[in-house]
Ligand binder design. Structure first.
Ligand code: ADP
Ligand code: ADP
Length: 224
């Protein structure tokens, strides 16, 4: 069974803009999967539908086998989303940020889970620093920890390296590989082909809300 299964997914925004035109896509479990496309292609719309932030107009979506309409609780519990923008309170510490998020999800043993996550994202030293004092890379790692607090099997990263310098990009890539090696299925959006080539086992390209291709990276790159 797929990590994420999408059938006939369409989105028409209020005002009439059609962002997705009947997308069919299966994202296999255990992979690093890249959703590639230029600005305006429909990547964020797709992710926001998976995250439950945007309502689809038509089609079916399941996450880890749970239909987002019929079983939204289990679908939501199966996915973590790392947003593009930094979105946490700069006056909270990483420890507080994660404990609050654990509380929100009703995660048991929140303090222990928080320390475990801080270790995984290499932020133990910064547990009690204000989030605003963290470097860009540390903030992004904290966002990943926040998305993983409820131990979802699927982690989605929206443009993880947009506006990020070369060194930090490399760090984030290494970290994504680490997570995947631990068994987390990774889905990332990007508009950089090199990023998708470097990281992803499989790449789907969308443009103008339509799926152009969906194949193993080596096949795609071998032809280019
Ligand atoms: P991408 O993430 O690939 O850049 P988006 O999913 O953000 O693409 O956008 C797809 C299309 O939908 C674009 O034409 C965009 O302008 C439009 N769009 C995105 N969000 C909205 C919205 N809230 N209302 C109307 N149109 C939108
Ligand atoms: P366990 O607790 O089962 O011994 P882990 O602590 O490695 O195993 O992972 C528990 C859960 O945490 C897994 O379901 C996985 O989705 C998630 N997870 C794995 N790696 C990370 C990570 N680096 N950061 C946050 N969560 C992770």
């Amino acid at each position: 069974e797929a990590a994420i299964s999408i059938r006939g997914l369409s989105k028409i925004y209020k005002g009439g803009k059609q962002a997705l035109h009947g997308i069919d896509l299966d994202i296999p479990r255990g992979q690093i999967f890249g959703l590639l496309g230029p600005n305006g292609a429909g990547k964020s719309t797709t992710i926001n539908i998976l995250a439950g932030l945007v309502n689809k107009s038509a089609g079916e979506v399941s996450i880890w086998g749970f239909d987002i309409d019929r079983d939204p609780r289990n679908a939501k519990a199966s996915i973590g989303i790392v947003p593009q923008e930094i979105v946490f309170d700069p006056f909270f510490t990483p420890r507080e940020t994660l404990e609050n998020q654990a509380g929100f999800y009703g995660v048991p043993k929140a303090k222990r889970r928080t320390m475990e996550l801080l270790g995984k994202v290499h932020l133990i030293d910064k547990a009690d620093a204000y989030a605003r004092s963290l470097s860009g890379g540390m903030k992004r790692r904290l966002l990943v920890a926040k998305a993983m607090v409820h131990s979802p099997p699927v982690l989605v990263l929206d443009e993880p390296t947009a506006g990020v310098d070369v060194e930090l990009r490399q760090q984030l890539w290494d970290y994504v590989r680490e997570l995947n090696a631990l068994g987390v299925t990774i889905v990332l959006t990007t508009h950089y082909l090199e990023e998708a080539e470097e990281l992803c086992d499989r790449i789907a390209i969308i443009n103008h809300g339509r799926l152009i291709t969906n194949e193993p990276t080596r096949d795609l790159v071998g032809r280019a």
